[in-house]
Ligand binder design. Structure first.
Ligand code: ZN
Length: 268
């Protein structure tokens, strides 16, 4: 039992690994103080699945609040066209009472190399930024080998309602650039990795009002847990790891992070 409230700001709860025992898992989350879970969609195929998750709270008020985001992840662009972007806008407009963010979107530098699709990734990313601005929603951004491109796009077309740089890894200077553009940094399992010293050093120095927690479950299992599967429950472990790197009290950190989430969810 912990006295704090937590939000997993990035969990793919609709994926098969997590959906087969979802209710039991969510009950466990409730017990340890996990009160909210943001669930980003990754492609048109799972938009409605993710949106429907919000309905769970209509009948089960004691479970964590499930907060859907819709978007197209840069890994899933193959075969998609402008029509899919129009459909994304329409789906968002039609479900605005449930959707809390646009994403997951972003730029993946490794995929851009493999598939030679950087130009397409940029077009899709920009469309997401514009949609987020139109709908007054924050943006959830995937990055991998792509900080300069993402930063350039966000400078050109600012995300007016901020967002989260999901699974942030990078230098303090890179973090600072996103913070100055109104973004929070999603801190997750990366800080459990011995090899992630650069990111760990960044996390030590970040202003507390720029940090949110995430698991990215079922992806990104934490190091040091004997290969245990990742789940939203691990947000507590991420929190503990974060506390080890910071000078503030756990109470102060937990409270600040919930305030950060609140500011994203209700920017006005
Ligand atoms: Zn993700």
């Amino acid at each position: 039992m912990t006295p704090f409230s937590f939000t997993d700001s990035h969990c793919h709860l609709d994926f098969a690994e997590l959906s087969h025992q979802r209710e039991q898992l969510l009950q466990q989350c409730s017990k340890v103080g996990i009160k909210r879970i943001i669930v980003p969609a990754v492609s048109p195929k799972n938009w409605h699945k993710v949106i429907r998750l919000a309905d769970i709270n209509l009948t089960k008020a004691d479970l964590p609040q499930l907060l859907p985001a819709v978007g197209i992840h840069p890994w899933y662009l193959q075969g998609l066209t402008f029509q899919d972007l129009d459909n994304l806008a329409l789906t968002t407009q039609q479900n605005l009472t449930k959707i809390v963010a646009i994403g997951e979107t972003g730029i993946d530098g490794k995929i851009a190399k493999q598939q030679a699709n950087l130009a397409k990734q940029i077009v899709f990313f920009n469309a997401h930024i514009e949609l987020a601005n139109q709908c007054k929603l924050p943006l959830i951004v995937h990055h991998r080998s792509s900080h300069p491109v993402i930063y350039q796009q966000l400078k050109q077309t600012p995300a007016q309602y901020g967002g989260i740089i999901h699974a942030f890894s990078g230098s303090y200077q890179q973090a600072r650039q996103y913070i100055d553009l109104g973004f929070k940094l999603g801190i997750g399992g990366t800080i459990s990795y011995e090899r992630a010293q650069k990111t760990i050093n960044t996390v030590k120095k970040l202003p507390l009002n720029s940090i949110v927690l995430e698991t990215d479950a079922p992806a990104m299992p934490l190091s040091g847990f004997q290969g245990e599967a990742n789940s939203p429950l691990k947000v507590i472990n991420v929190f503990n790891l974060l506390c080890q790197q910071r000078n503030e009290s756990p109470e102060e950190i937990a409270q600040a992070i919930e305030i950060n989430i609140n500011s994203l969810l209700a920017p006005n």
